[in-house]
Ligand binder design. Sequence first.
Ligand code: NDP
Ligand code: 2IT
Length: 445
Amino acid sequence: MTYVQKILEKLHRENPHEAEFLQAATGILTALEPVVERNPQWEEAGLLERFVEPERIICFRVPWVDDAGRVQVNKGYLVQFNSAIGPYKGGLRFHPSVNLSVLKFLGMEQTLKNSLTSLPMGGGKGGSDFDPKDKSEAEIMRFCQSFMCELYRHLGENSEVPAGDIGVGAREIGYMFGMYKRLKGSFDAGVFTGKGYSYGGSLGRPEATGYGLLFFLREALAVRGESVRGKKIIISGAGNVGIHAAEKAVSMGATVIAMSDSTGYIYNPNGIEVDKVKPYKMNRKTSLADYAAANPSVQFVPDPRQMWQIPCDVALPCATQNELDEASAEALIRGGVMAVCEGANMPSTPKAIECFRRNKIIFAPGKAANAGGVAVSGLEMSQNSQRLHWTKEEVLAKLEQIMITIHNSCLSAAEEYGYGQDYVIGANIAGFLKVADAMMAEGVC
Ligand code: NDP
Ligand code: 2IT
């Protein structure tokens, strides 16, 4: 049994009910096999045993009162996964599916993603099973304030710096930062990223994940002599990541022919007018179903999973974990897809990834392709420390450079180990090497 196999066996034995965490850990450790083999000193140092165990997990009660005066209680979590290369950094997710397995998988992925950005950020993730969808504005504010009553004591610009993720955008960050400031009696801008521009946020952060995804796609296509211009693209998820990915795709000369949200997907073979869809989704009140009802030029199908059946050149899954399964991957291949880049975290199932690799499709895993968001979060932290603002052009130019660097480091790592353009192997190895080096340097702690 190899060192990696021993660790995986232990993880499955100890965490049998954590399906998402086991899926992410298996994907990561399997991809790391070639580099682990070359570094036998890691086993002596118990490096993988330490890496797979979060440094700290905090679980707490979040009580709040709804508009009808009833007491509601949600679960709150913070997973501080790894601080070897910097303060814990990652998003907060508010969604009914949030549990420890989901946050541990996200924390582990985040650790390697943050390392890939080449900025000094460790990995963490937090959130709650609270569902903001059917709540009033006042309920969302009360929930965020109650959530912060516990979370605030764990935050610090050198220890824990959250941002947004599913269900958490600038509005929620505003409420949480406001409560943090009251509780602490101190304006510590650097304890949150994704803030509004008026109180320390970075220009370009809302766009960063989606735009970064398109920069990565451009680089990956260029390796095969292709470009984004003229490509037919389908995008799942019409939230922060999906909408900005669509916006950038259009500005690079591609045609976005389909987009989905949880209500279904819209399709127009001649191209979707992304600028018209955007207000429907950014107000967080209306859906793609509403957009389709008002715009008969698009077809609407009330099942988002069916979208992968549409023939296209590029697919960008930007919604949620395990949204793209093996049957969907096979449908994409039948439809002539040449590249799949993950805007979401772990949206493709292991069998779907296997299918893409077998068919030599360009496949970019989320930890590399969606790292633009956290990269600009890192730039927001830098601006906060310096107490100044960079222009949007400056931020986006740095983002573009970071995405090119991430792409190239994944490619060189994969090539060095004899895996060609395999971004799964490349991203995991390139991300892990820096974390491993720092963990070896700090000794057993
Ligand atoms: P948002 O909450 O802004 O948007 C999520 C979108 O996905 C919504 O449009 C939602 O629809 C849609 N959705 C949910 N489930 C499905 C489904 N089964 N099929 C199709 N669409 C669905 O989240 P983000 O855009 O911020 O995050 C999306 C993904 O990207 C997550 O995996 C997140 O972890 C990842 N990510 C986010 C980053 C960021 O900076 N925000 C950075 C890196 C990764 P509806 O509106 O109807 O609910
Ligand atoms: O998954 C992610 O990278 C995010 N949700 C963004 C995290 C961040 O700290 O900006």
